[in-house]
Design a protein around this ligand. Sequence first.
Ligand SMILES: Cc1cc2nc3c(=O)[nH]c(=O)nc-3n(C[C@H](O)[C@H](O)[C@H](O)COP(=O)(O)OP(=O)(O)OC[C@H]3O[C@@H](n4cnc5c(N)ncnc54)[C@H](O)[C@@H]3O)c2cc1C
Length: 411
Amino acid sequence: MPHRSVEVVVVGGGAAGFFGAITCAERYPHCRVTILEKTGRVLSKVRVSGGGRCNLTHDCLEPRRLVQFYPRGGKALLGPFHRFGPTETMDWFERRGVPLVTLPDGCVFPKSDRSQTVIDCLTGAARAAGVAVQTGVPIHSITAEPSSRFAIDSDDGERILCDRLLLATGSSPQGYEWARSLGHAVEPPVPSLFTFTVAGEGLKGLSGITVDKVTLSLPGTDLRQTGTLLITHGGLSGPAVLLLSSWGARTLHDRGYRSPLEIDWLGWGAAQTEESLRGHKSAHPRTNVVSHPLFGLPRRLWERLAAEAGVKGDLRWADISNQQIKRFTEKLSSDRQEISGKSEFKEEFVTCGGVRLDEIDFKTLRSKVHPALFFAGEILDVDGVTGGFNLQNAWTTGFLAGEGMGESRAG
Ligand SMILES: Cc1cc2nc3c(=O)[nH]c(=O)nc-3n(C[C@H](O)[C@H](O)[C@H](O)COP(=O)(O)OP(=O)(O)OC[C@H]3O[C@@H](n4cnc5c(N)ncnc54)[C@H](O)[C@@H]3O)c2cc1C
């Protein structure tokens, strides 16, 4: 006897929704798949991702290493990455005519350098698999029916019934609200991946300076990150800041984005910094301290730190006092600044928080609360640092949800 067709609705036409819909429609011919998208345009975030170039994954092929790039959700993603990780993702796109390039830092982009190539591939694959895509659909409510089906009611009075529902609404408040109304707990959403504004005069006149291997830490926590730091007009940016904003997303939110920040400009710690200064004093006693920047630090920054440590004028290393060495060490290794707010990082941002992970079966991305309900992408309490990890979460969870919906016998 032929299968009764299974009605599958995917709410949200983003990366995760498309991947779930395509996978389900391609692999399970008994499923009739529809994507319902609120806005007039699908895949808008993919379009702007990576500055319009779409950093679609990262060349980190070992799941145990890959999960370390996720401040939230890494543990839950370990199993899924074994089944559908960056290797499978790259293969998926390349087999469908999207050649990729991997940059030296591991970020993977389409060779075309245009996110449109990725969008064309996804929309083409959806069309070929028979996925119906409806845009501009204003959903009013989603309710679970006693038959374990879902009823989706739109603002204009239309009702759609489905046997499987995939919520892939990204960081949309309405998506979280539906998850709650269907019985799920949601970790409060807060921003991740942002840059810092910095109060005070400390960094004034230093904008444009970049320093490698700086260690940033948030006093009172064990949050610390090492990487390149960029001093901007009125604040701090660069990989070290983005990493700290990601790992510290919740702490910084709880502190109202006002927090002391400690900068170890060399990333060496106090003991090694002091030893290096003393070593220099012995080796080069006749050189001028201020006018010969050391350890590769930019001149403007070195002069500023020296001045703040009370080291001025034409002081030679031979004449620097013990106390000045101590103060200079402190400035170099634990310079205090005040974060006074956050600003947007335009290349990529993501939401920390979302549907609680212990209520999801990560083999199928199926809800443990409702057997016909699935989640994928950013709606989950999963987020990664910059570098293609957030889209990888969308591909991986979307793919497994697509399989899960096709295979599940609920309803
Ligand atoms: C500027 C920017 C650049 C980025 N660059 C990168 C990058 O280069 N690499 C990377 O890995 N990550 C990047 N990210 C993050 C990445 O884009 C997201 O993590 C990813 O797109 C999440 O996919 P998703 O499908 O879960 O959610 P989304 O892409 O947000 O898709 C959700 C979809 O659901 C729709 N929707 C919402 N509410 C409703 C509703 N009520 N009814 C129907 N539909 C609804 C939305 O309109 C949207 O189309 C970037 C993010 C931003 C903002």
